[in-house]
Unconditional design. Sequence first.
Length: 245
Amino acid sequence: MRKVGTDFQTDKVLLISSSHFIHDIYSSFLSPVLPLLISNFGLSMMLAGSLTVMFRLPALFNPVIGIISDRIELGILAVVAFAITAIAMSLMGLAPSYSILCILLLTAGLSAAVFHVMGPPMIARLSGASLGRGMSFWMTGGEMARTIGPLFAVWAVTNLSLEGSYPVMIVGIMASLLLLIRLKGLSSKSTHHSTQGLNEVWHSMRRVMIPLTGIIISRGFLVGTLAAYLPTYIVSSGKSLWGGE
């Protein structure tokens, strides 16, 4: 296991941040292709919305994943999770049934949760004393993907068809292999070890955390609903998939 250094390793920070960008492009595939999935499977709006739930549900296990990764070295799992997300999201068009589609989204949601939990500690180890700088690169990669991802998804299904767009997974698989080679041996464990237990931390911060948790949950429902249904609404109004983005 590598020790935490004081130097900012720009090349590797940029590599992980770029991987975050590529990973989240695949994570954003669902909403732009949802109108096509509704048409292919004859889904009601409730079933269509349930697809988003399937993808987001594994995020509830983030604390568990974090606790496990603090105790067991799972850095390789973050790299594998990257490829799994790319494969699962790229296979949506080939799903033979609604149940298989749900399984693909649950799988992608779980791998996305693993990647996002383990990515920041890896950035921390490579950022040295410039943790804020390193995290800014990480966050920028993810936010850029929110813009580029839907456009890439629409390009893929427009030019390759929904059923034929699965080859786009190759980019994610190649990026995952590059991470595996360049970051071999890098720990995903947190660099910070608190002397306080979880209960003590919660007790001391509950006045801030309780309202903040409520705000985050409310915001998540609002943003999630808009992100999931807006492209479908625009397409159902007579616009093209490009218009939905």
